[in-house]
Write a new protein. Sequence first.
Length: 367
Amino acid sequence: MSESLKPFSRGDVFVGATELNDPLDDHAGRGRIIQYDKNLKQKAVLWLGATSHLVSGLNFDARGVLWAFDSHAFVVLNIHPDGRVQIRDELPTRAFSNVAFAKDGSFLLGEHLAGDAVRPEVAARMKTKIAFFPGGDRFGDGHVWRFSADGKLLREYATQAQGGMAGFMGVTHSALSQDGRTLVYCSETGPRLMRYDLVNDRQLPDLQAFQPPFQGPPEMFFGMAYGPDGALYVLRGGRIDVVTGRGETVRSIPLEGFGWATLAITADGRFAYAGSFFTGQVVKVSVTTGAVVHSASTGQARALAGIAVFAGKKRTPRKKRVAGKKQAAGKKRAVGKKRAVGKKRAVGKKKTVRRAAQKVTRRRVRR
């Protein structure tokens, strides 16, 4: 088993699945990112020395750089296509766990934790150790933070957090609308699919929301992603819902069992990759038929917390360069130095000079 990733190929799938090894903390272990091909055949494994807990929120930016998070250790990582692992330690020390990328080059980080307490009924059985952020008196604020491409803080959005079943969940999963104006997000295991207006800096009415008592299992939201057609795909634990901008569920894709929490959509919109937190299984599902076409196991239960598909680097516009080349290429006029070559006119001047000299000589002879 390799300890570094292979060169990224279009369609490769990357999964964050920490190898748990601490009986006193069920989220702690050796950080691991598994690389698969598009058919979920394992290609490589990257072991992370900078993380101590679950590796979550995997996502690719336009440069083809893979982002990954450890919200417990306040770590943000960039894994470059050349294999270099960069720790983004210039960012605030907060429990970030997910990222969305705007067209202007800025990026938005979701703060995974909110509040300062765990619900008593959850605390009684929870083995996960959660710390306040350095210098703070709480886990976090559950806000969204916007940064410039070079990591400078531009704005902190006061997004609402629902808390989830544990009571301390903030912005755990997010997706940016195609026009870049609205961020859709959730506090995982909670019943609200929330929205925030990034342009006017205000909370919007929920895209979907459910109130107890529920008919059947509790209504919960997990990972989400926009497809290339603008449709929003949302994991509901045991299925994938396709949700419109008006909050209507137009279709559901059932999944076997419960615990599906991470999601990625292929660039062509034909397939969805989903990861199960409970079992550690990854599946490739046809969006059209709902059929599982490929699957793989990470070999670790209760640790799969991130999934991303490499779509390739986005090409930057080259309009100016192309236009410049055309102008440079059009030097054929200068090359055709017919005017300069045609110095026959200058040669003709010699004849004129000779004739004038002959006339002067004749005059002298006559004299």
